[in-house]
Design a protein around this ligand. Structure first.
Ligand code: 5GP
Length: 121
C-alpha cells in the first residue's frame, strides 16, 4: 500500500515548516530538489539532514517515480560530507516509529566526525 502524503500534511511537520521558512535552520546546501541543514540535536560532530522539497512521508511510502530524487538525496549527502571535510561518514534513513523515525517527512541523516560503531541500537 502506498502511504499518501498531501502538501498540507507535509507542511505540518517540523521539516515542512523549515522548508517554507516558518522555522529557521542552519543550512549547508540547497537546490531545486532538496535542502540540507544541521540537526538541532547532533549525535556526532557533523550531523546533517538532507530532505526533499517534495513531501514524502517516509522511505516506505516512496514510489518508483521517486527513484531519481532518492538517488539525488544520497549524492547530496556525500557532497555535504566532502564539504564538511569528511572521508568517512554514515547515512541513515529511519522508516517508521519503531525504527526511530520521529519526523514524518523523509530525510537522510549524514553523520560523521567520530568513530561510529556497528550495529546501531
Ligand atoms: P528521525 O528521528 O525522524 O530519523 O530524525 C529526526 C531528526 O530531526 C532528529 O535527529 C532531530 O534531532 C531532528 N530535528 C527535530 N526537530 C528539528 C528542528 O526543528 N530543527 C533541526 N535542525 N532538526 C530537528
Amino acid at each position: 500500500m502506498r502511504f499518501t502524503t498531501t502538501l498540507a500534511m507535509a507542511n505540518d511537520t517540523i521539516f515542512g515548516k523549515i522548508l517554507n521558512g516558518e522555522i529557521p535552520c542552519d543550512e549547508v546546501y540547497s537546490d531545486d530538489l532538496c535542502l540540507a541543514f544541521r540537526d538541532i540535536a547532533p549525535t556526532a560532530p557533523v550531523h546533517v539532514l538532507v530532505i526533499p522539497r517534495q513531501p514524502i512521508e517516509s522511505l516506505r511510502s516512496a514510489a518508483a517515480s521517486d527513484q531519481t530524487l532518492l538517488g539525488h538525496l544520497l549524492l547530496v549527502a556525500a557532497r555535504v560530507a566532502k564539504q564538511e571535510g569528511l572521508t568517512d561518514f554514515r547515512t541513515v534513513v529511519n522508516s517508521g516509529e519503531a525504527a526511530g523515525q520521529t519526523v514524518f517527512h523523509l530525510h537522510v541523516h549524514m553523520i560523521g566526525g567520530r568513530p561510529l560503531a556497528w550495529p546501531p541500537g
